[in-house]
Design a protein around this ligand. Structure first.
Ligand code: MG
Length: 258
């Protein structure tokens, strides 16, 4: 974990000046009460350094280029504009160009997952979690199933809530979290959520969910600078660069209390 990577901005990310931290008495929320475990998929259940997201990213650029008949650089700029403004490129294309989401999702997720190996440590750690487990993703259900099958963790989840289930409204829109929680009858105050994009944890924290940022070790990845914004925010209870290790540690501390 690199605590010095994202210096706090006074008045925004600096915990000492955060009213939310003050209300909580400065204590991050714990896990003893947690009955539901919610995981983002991309760059969370597999490391951000894996060659998966770069492929999806490149497929989306190619899709945008083909759709508008523009070159790769122009398509890239348009893609990033939609992504930042609407939460996903797909949402931007749906709102501004009435695009059929199925065509986009099939194209974007047609990637090579063969380099993604089974993650035994992660499988064991997730299997040991007490309670229900879910995936909440801005990708498709098919992508989630194929990817978790490669990791050999697909049998460990009660449900996958994908972008279609959320009516194509991506995180961090509050409506998507509410729809997800209602769909599976999850009590947010008895839930924990793991996610690699800080701003996607703000609403969950406000709803009472214990939040964990799964942040990469270095900046050497494909992420956009804005995605790291909020990395020191008060709505992040915990952070780790090793999801399996973090979950295993939780298990140990629970055992230690008995
Ligand atoms: Mg993600």
């Amino acid at each position: 974990m690199n605590e010095t990577r994202a210096p706090a901005t006074p008045g925004r990310g600096d915990p000492s000046s955060s009213p939310q931290i003050a209300e909580n008495g400065g204590k991050p929320r714990g896990f003893d009460h947690v009955e539901s475990w919610i995981f983002d998929l991309d760059n969370t259940l597999y490391p951000a350094g894996s060659p998966l997201w770069p492929q999806i990213d490149a497929r989306i650029t190619a899709f945008v280029a083909g759709l508008f008949g523009i070159d790769g650089m122009s398509a890239r700029a348009l893609q990033k504009y939609y992504y930042q403004r609407y939460g996903t490129t797909l949402r931007g294309l749906m709102i501004e160009h009435d695009l059929d989401p199925a065509i986009f999702l099939d194209f974007a997720h047609d990637i090579d997952r063969s380099t993604l190996a089974a993650d035994e440590a992660l499988a064991n750690a997730i299997a040991a979690l007490p309670g229900r487990r879910f995936i909440l993703t801005s990708g498709s259900h098919g992508h989630a199933m194929k990817t978790t099958a490669h990791l050999k963790i697909d049998h460990l989840f009660e449900g996958v809530f994908d972008i279609a289930a959320g009516d194509f409204i991506p995180k961090p829109d509050e409506r998507t979290y509410m729809r997800f929680l209602e769909h599976f009858s999850i009590e947010p105050k008895k839930a924990a959520m793991f996610e690699d994009i800080p701003r996607n944890l703000e609403v969950p924290h406000r709803l009472g969910i214990t939040t964990v940022l799964v942040a990469p070790r270095t900046d050497a990845n494909e992420r956009d600078a804005w995605e790291g914004e909020g990395i020191a925010a008060s709505y992040i209870d915990h952070r780790t660069d090793d999801l399996a290790g973090f979950l295993a540690q939780l298990r140990k501390s629970r055992k230690g209390e008995r």
